[in-house]
Write a protein that binds this ligand. Structure first.
Ligand code: SAH
Ligand code: SF4
Ligand code: F3S
Length: 437
């Protein structure tokens, strides 16, 4: 039998892309490809791209520029671009980099086998439709050997919210939920392969409506799968945090006490201009209700500074909201005008002003993260060990609060949840020792 062809995938952007990359690798198996971690060894390189900010999108072109040399050395090397830049700028990509063989959007990668026929015949292939059929019906079944104990599972795609700054409704299309029965089957298959933790993914995951009782209904039903120990979900919109989901945080043992709930700004004026459809106080109330249900929940968020029209007073409202809420960790970004979004028409805040605000916000968020990390020292938590660490005898895993935790532990504990005591805190991880029972 001929040697398998080698596929190298580089994934940019959100967890949804991480999930898609895995599924694309599976779809390309039928074309004889197996994955490699070494780009120089590859017969095909696939960039799974992100369009969310200008920097992310431009990175694709600079990476393609760098690939050109490799392509000159190996003219048979196939180059593909997938993901959200492919969706938004497909033809532009082929124009700027004619060596690209394949452009495929996030909703059409189930057609990879057919597209590869074209590519193998020496043609360029481009498919960025929003097709009628569900790609998940056409992808190979996920029957693969044992894998990482923590897995992503896409339950909902697309977004109907149209925040004024965001490309996702354009690159991923309208909100679609996958049917619960299908997801429960896929979850069971993952558990059969050794998965112990599933993170349910969606651009607007808590707007999931593939189960008659929404995301909470899906979580409850999934929690009945024996062998599945942990469930998480991301990313949520504050307006879709319904009562059942809040309650599940208090009562469903398998649902982990971590929530990523972006607000973007603490100023009502800016929230309105962003089309977020809620106020800062509504968000504060919501957080209070969630913390009532689950007091130890670790909260994460996203912020944008320098949105068009943001004044110092608006920015101060964001700082105040962060002080009031207190985040265990959070992401913050400088606003980036995206072509085709309503906010792109408006005048930008001067670069230096936005930079300075980002700096101040990040200092505050880092301080809160440090306090949260430090407060864990001396506490007993449970860790799902995922892999070996850099130091001999060490394993790395995640606490229920999603902290990265490392501890000296035997390798056969990978894939198990163990009680540990936190003995030291670093900025982005915790050191623990096993609690012997
Ligand atoms: N669906 C998720 C997140 C989508 S994108 C949600 O609604 O929360 C992830 C984050 O990128 C956003 O929460 C936002 O903080 C940031 N982001 C999106 N568009 C951006 C833009 N044009 N400029 C800067 N940051 C942006
Ligand atoms: Fe983008 Fe807003 Fe939709 Fe999130 S909710 S994906 S920020 S449009
Ligand atoms: Fe980026 Fe697309 Fe995800 S734009 S953040 S990869 S949905």
């Amino acid at each position: 039998m001929a040697d398998a062809k080698k596929l190298f995938i580089k994934t940019y952007g959100c967890q949804m892309n991480v999930y898609d990359s895995e599924r694309m690798a599976e779809a390309l198996e039928s074309d004889g490809y197996e994955q490699t971690q070494d780009m120089n060894d590859a017969d095909m390189i696939l960039l799974n791209t992100c369009h969310i900010r200008e920097k992310a999108a431009e990175k694709v072109y600079s990476d393609l520029g760098r690939l050109k040399d490799l392509h000159d050395e190996k003219p048979d090397l196939k180059i593909g671009v997938a993901g959200c830049v492919a969706q938004a700028e497909g033809e532009e990509i082929m124009r700027r980099q004619p060596m690209v063989d394949l452009v495929v959007g996030p909703q059409t990668y189930h057609r990879l086998p057919q597209l590869m026929e074209k590519v193998n015949a020496g043609e360029q292939a481009l498919d960025t439709d929003f097709p009628e059929e569900d790609k998940f019906d056409h992808l190979p079944k996920r029957e693969l050997p044992a894998r990482n104990p923590s897995a992503f599972l896409t339950v909902q795609e697309g977004c109907d919210k149209f925040c004024a700054f965001c490309v996702v409704p354009y690159t991923r299309g309208a909100e679609v939920s996958r049917p619960a029965a299908r997801l429960l089957k896929e979850a069971q298959a993952l558990v059969d392969r050794g998965v112990r933790e599933i993170t349910l993914l969606g651009q607007n995951v808590n707007a999931y409506h593939g189960h008659k009782e929404g995301l909470a209904g899906l979580i409850w039903q999934m929690s009945e799968i024996t062998g599945l120990e942990r469930i998480r979900f991301t990313t949520s919109h504050p307006n879709d945090m319904d009562e059942a989901l809040i309650e599940a945080h208090g009562t469903c043992d398998k649902l982990m006490p971590y929530l990523h709930l972006p607000i973007q700004s603490g100023s009502d004026r800016i929230l309105k201009a962003m089309n977020r459809k809620h106020t800062a106080d509504q968000y504060r109330d919501l957080i209070a209700r969630i913390r009532d249900a689950r007091p130890d929940l670790l909260l994460s968020g996203d912020f944008i500074v320098g949105f068009p029209g943001e004044t110092e007073e608006d920015f101060e409202a964001t700082m105040q909201l962060v002080r009031d809420v207190h985040y265990g960790q959070a992401y913050s970004f400088k606003y980036s005008a995206r072509p085709g979004t309503p906010a792109a028409e408006k005048e930008d805040v001067p670069e230096e002003v936005a930079k300075d605000r980002l700096y101040r916000l990040q200092a505050l968020l880092s301080e809160q993260q440090k306090q949260t990390q430090d407060s864990m020292v001396g506490r007993d938590v449970h860790v799902l060990f995922e892999k070996t660490g850099r130091q001999d005898g060490q394993l790395i895993g995640k606490s229920e609060y999603l902290h990265a935790v490392h501890a000296v532990a035997p390798a056969d504990m990978i894939g198990t949840v163990q009680p540990v005591r936190i003995i030291e805190a670093q900025a982005n991880s915790l050191t623990a020792e096993l609690l012997h029972t």
